[in-house]
Design a protein around this ligand. Sequence first.
Ligand code: G3P
Ligand code: CA
Length: 239
Amino acid sequence: MDIFAHRGVSARYPENTIAAFVAASKLPIVGIELDVHLTADRELVVIHDETIDRTSNGSGYVKDYTLQELRAFDFGSWFSPEFEGERIPTLGDILELFAGTNHRINIELKTDIFPYNGIEALVIKEVAAYQMTERVILSSFNHESIQIVSQRAPYIEKAALFAEILVDFYGYTAQIPANAIHVSLATAFRKSVKEALNEGAVVRVYTVNDVEYAKQLQQLGVQAIFTDDPEKIVSALAD
Ligand code: G3P
Ligand code: CA
């Protein structure tokens, strides 16, 4: 079973920062997951929430700031004083960091609240600029975004994110189309996910920080899990 560091090594470092991804880049794991939003000057930035309130010393929507304005805020101190001065990364910063590794990069397009029109094309262009087309997985809870990626760059691996339990994950995902199904831990043990696995679906599960659940998901045959604490999960699965 593959392990992805969720928002970097976010259990030990401030999520979606260079520090969290540098730590992940040194681990024997398959990949990382990150979230992207669009700034007022149409730069791709790596942050989970629509606002900077929770993970910085500022407040307000990402979409209302330019990149230069966002760079002035501290994205580390909220987690620990040790990380004071961490800046918001761009997608390019993270792709550059992983240019010399073999990690897969799951880029989640956070278009489910604000559509960030055109973000799909910007991400496709950025990934191509770093020659990482074959290493990325583009995912979103907004399946319209996945459909746009599919139309513009059918060669890129895509995953549909689900918070709900669908009757037919496999059939629905094929229609978008997407290559993989990313489901929540609460959904992962449902009948419909087992059926999707039986039909040959690639299933990845978020967010798994409990060792026992990780072991059960491995037994179930899911392709991968996203975890905030990859070191803990890797060592437990090796036992
Ligand atoms: O991509 C998996 C997972 O990150 C989706 O949920 O809220 O952590 O972005 P969230
Ligand atoms: Ca995410």
